[in-house]
Design a protein around this ligand. Structure first.
Ligand code: FAD
Length: 299
């Protein structure tokens, strides 16, 4: 408990020692608030309430050849509270689920922003690109996942592959909103220049926030790109820039292939086991709800 007073109620001393009580710990199943209280909790200890929602598409914008920004609105001023880095499961007609991350930060909950990448031959993403239109209804459940910023003072290294930028955008905007002054490095790895589908946004963040650094990395730049920036695989750029990754927190989001490739090498250069976090964008199992493949320690 950060502030305020509670009556701890009747509880077993083995569940809460005198020292823990004195340190401000509270058993919320027994305690009664005696006024306004401010609490801090560990996300793993408090699963968020997952609910089903029905939203409307209020805006669609093609950000590049294969990424669509879809804005959803809940009815009657309804809002969903979530943590930056979490995602929703879109529920298809036959109950199949497709996972997409919140790209908007939690403090701007009026519209849910999704950045949806077309998967060639993919059922739902093809629907989004070919048939979805404004005012369509979208069923989803959420919020889901515990890919979110840990509270610490460590420098943060974000690694985004393609639309892995979506949850990172939410987390970075949330960090700015909360006034975090930790150094933040964003490595956004894509194939070609056109795949950096919101190029101005992280550049603007870098201009506006001295603690934020943006490093786009192209793995297969086209001649027409006239690219003079970083090239190669995104984790190679990180390895070049950080001779020792000890003391950093690393958050990676993108394809399973990218996420699986990067952590072993980053760990061989000092990244600590419990300081690497990820959500890998697995594709859907044919008839099951999604389970994100969680890669690294601390989740
Ligand atoms: C936690 C999480 C968050 C995510 N967030 C985002 C996000 O913010 N933005 C985003 O763009 N993506 C995100 N993804 C990935 C996204 O969920 C998938 O790209 C999406 O579900 C694909 O749906 P689909 O119906 O179009 O493709 P599916 O129909 O599920 O097919 C996916 C791919 O598999 C291929 N395929 C289909 N059937 C078969 C088969 N029988 N055998 C082999 N291959 C087949 C398809 O050709 C296609 O390439 C996230 C994933 C997770 C787990």
């Amino acid at each position: 408990m950060l502030s305020g007073n509670v009556d701890p109620g009747l509880y077993q001393p083995s569940a809460l020692s005198t020292e823990e009580l004195a340190a401000g710990k509270v058993l919320l199943c027994c305690a009664t608030a005696l006024g306004d209280v401010e609490i801090e909790y560990e996300s793993a200890a408090a699963p968020s309430a997952v609910r089903e929602y029905s939203a409307r598409v209020v805006n669609m914008e093609k950000l590049t050849h294969d990424v669509m920004r879809v804005m959803l609105k809940l009815p009657h001023g309804q809002q969903i509270s979530f943590k930056a880095g979490q995602y929703i499961n879109i529920i298809l007609d036959d109950g199949q689920r497709r996972a997409f991350s919140f790209a908007n930060p939690p403090h701007l909950p009026d519209l849910i922003e999704l950045q949806i990448r077309l998967m060639p031959g993919g059922r739902y993403t093809t629907h989004v690109f070919e048939h979805m239109k404004e005012d369509d209804a979208v069923q989803f459940e959420g919020p889901l996942g515990d890919f979110s910023l840990r509270e610490s003072e460590r420098p943060i290294v974000f690694v985004a592959g393609a639309t892995g930028f979506a949850p990172v955008k939410s987390m970075v905007e949330d960090a700015f909103h909360r006034g975090l002054k930790r150094p933040i490095y964003l490595y956004w790895g894509v194939r070609q220049l056109a795949d950096l589908y919101l190029p101005d946004l992280p550049q603007r963040w870098a201009r506006d926030h001295a603690n934020f650094h943006f490093i786009p990395v192209l793995s297969d730049a086209a001649p027409d790109d006239h690219w003079t920036g970083r090239t190669g695989l995104v984790h190679e750029a990180i390895l070049e820039d950080f001779p020792d990754l000890g003391g950093h927190e690393i958050y990676a989001c993108g394809s399973v292939k990218m996420v699986e490739a990067i952590f072993p090498t980053l760990k061989s250069q000092g990244a600590e086991e419990g300081m690497c976090f990820s959500d890998a964008f697995t594709i859907s199992a044919r008839s099951m709800a999604f389970q994100p493949k969680q890669q690294a320690g601390g989740k």
